[in-house]
Design a protein around this ligand. Structure first.
Ligand code: IMP
Ligand code: MG
Length: 180
C-alpha cells in the first residue's frame, strides 16, 4: 500500500498499525515475564515516543507499575562528520541506583546511542535491559544486542510511528519507507 503524504512524496507501508500493536503487546508480556512488575522505564527521545507510549500502556495491561522518565540523546547525524559522539540533551531525574531500568528506543542501528545510554544508567548503579522496536543488526559497529526486539528492520531508512526525516512523518500510525 502506498499513501500520499507530502506533494511528491509518499510512504510505503512496511509494518501496519495492527502488526505493531500485536507485537507491542507480546513484548510487554515478555518484559514482565523477565523483569517482574516493578521497574523504571527510560524512553530515548525523540524517536521512541509513540512506541514508548503504546508499550507503557501494554505494560500496564500486564500488571506492571513502572516509574517513567525520559532522556533526549543526540548523535551527530547528516551534514556532520560522524564522530560517534553521543550527547545528553535532557537527562532523567529519577535515582536509578539498585533499580531495574528498561531503556526503550525506536531503532538499534550502529549501537552507539544505546551503548551510551546503557553505560550512563549502569554507571549510576542500575541493572539495565534494552528494548527496541526495530533492529538493523547488519549496521552494528559494536557488539551490543537488545534484550527485547520488536522486529528486524530492512536495510532501509524508515519513518513513521515516531520516526522522522527532518521531524516529518512522526505522526504516522504505521512504519514505512519514503518513496520519491
Ligand atoms: P545508532 O546509534 O546508530 O544505533 O542510532 C540509532 C538511532 O538512529 C535511532 O534511535 C534513530 O533515532 C536513528 N535512526 C537509525 N535508523 C533510522 C531510520 O531508518 N529511520 C529513522 N531514524 C533512524
Ligand atoms: Mg533515536
Amino acid at each position: 500500500m502506498t499513501r500520499p503524504i507530502l506533494p511528491g512524496k509518499s510512504v510505503r507501508v512496511l509494518l501496519d498499525a495492527e502488526t505493531i500493536d500485536a507485537r507491542t503487546k507480546e513484548l510487554a508480556r515478555e518484559i514482565v515475564a523477565a523483569l517482574g512488575t516493578e521497574f523504571v522505564c527510560v524512553p530515548v527521545l525523540k524517536g521512541s515516543f509513540m512506541f514508548a507510549a503504546d508499550l507503557l500502556r501494554a505494560l500496564h495491561a500486564e500488571g506492571a507499575q513502572v516509574e517513567v522518565d525520559f532522556v533526549i540523546l543526540s548523535s551527530y547525524g547528516n551534514n556532520t562528520i560522524s564522530s560517534g559522539q553521543v550527547t545528553v540533551q535532557r537527562d532523567i531525574s529519577i535515582i536509578v541506583r539498585d533499580k531495574k531500568v528498561l531503556i526503550i528506543d525506536d531503532i538499534l542501528e550502529s549501537g552507539r546511542t544505546l551503548s551510551f545510554a546503557k553505560d550512563l544508567m549502569a554507571a549510576r548503579g542500575a541493572s539495565v535491559t534494552l528494548c527496541v522496536l526495530l533492529d538493523k543488526p547488519k549496521r552494528r559497529e559494536n557488539n551490543l544486542s537488545a534484550d527485547f526486539v520488536g522486529f528486524e528492520c530492512p536495510e532501509r531508512f524508515v519513518v513513521g510511528y515516531g520516526m522522522d526525516v527532518a521531524n516529518c512523518f512522526r505522526e504516522l500510525p504505521f512504519i514505512g519507507v519514503v518513496d520519491d
